[in-house]
Write a protein that binds this ligand. Structure first.
Ligand code: IMP
Ligand code: MG
Length: 182
């Protein structure tokens, strides 16, 4: 698996440190606002699963975690622009403060769709905590309150991010050699 990576962009330690920062920032911003009910962290499956598990443990206030699965990519490397809900939330988010945990903002289509969809359910607020924001041309304008890292416009895998469902279990984030997907 490691042989398919051309270079490591974010090491395991760098990721851990940055996720701790994001958790601390979310705690600071929501502790007083959200009250005893706390926030709802919405994990966008499957890519954000690992990140969400680490992020919620870095948030020091009451919270609920829920999961949503959407499709946007199939097994290729380019966004199709078609977003479908494969698994919906279990909780009602009406009146709740929602933080969407997403792995990566690329074209922005997935998050634009998700924000619009979740807004229609009447939450008290919605913000986005994306681990990565890719430097993608013509990216949709998505307001991300929390961004872990800015990353170059290359295809990356690891720490939850996949290519054709593989490489999610790499503990670091690295660039996939183009010959793997070309
Ligand atoms: P967007 O709708 O184009 O912003 O794409 C968002 C989704 O595409 C993310 O949730 C990822 O699952 C996937 N994605 C985008 N870029 C990459 C990448 O470089 N590696 C792996 N998955 C990616
Ligand atoms: Mg994906």
């Amino acid at each position: 698996m490691n042989d398919d990576i051309s270079r490591v962009i974010f090491s395991e330690q760098e990721i851990a440190d940055r996720v701790a920062d994001l958790g601390a920032a979310i705690t600071r911003d929501y502790k007083d606002v959200a009250g005893p009910e706390g926030i709802v962290v919405v994990c966008v499956l499957r890519g954000a699963a690992m990140y969400t598990c680490d992020l919620i443990r870095a948030i020091d206030m009451p919270l609920e975690v829920d999961f949503m699965a959407v499709s946007s990519y199939g097994s290729g490397v380019k966004s199709t622009g078609v977003v479908r809900i494969l698994k919906d939330l279990s909780s009602n988010i009406h009146g709740r403060h929602v933080v969407i945990a997403e792995d990566i903002l690329d074209s922005g289509l997935t998050l634009s769709y998700l924000i619009k969809n979740l807004k229609s359910r009447g939450p008290a607020s919605i913000s986005v905590a994306t681990l990565l924001r890719k430097d993608t041309p013509n990216q949709a304008d998505v307001n991300c309150r929390y961004v872990g890292f800015e990353c170059p416009d290359e295809f990356i895998v690891g720490y939850g991010l996949d290519y054709a469902e593989r490489y999610r279990n790499l503990p670091y984030i690295g660039v996939l050699k183009p010959e793997i997907y070309q």
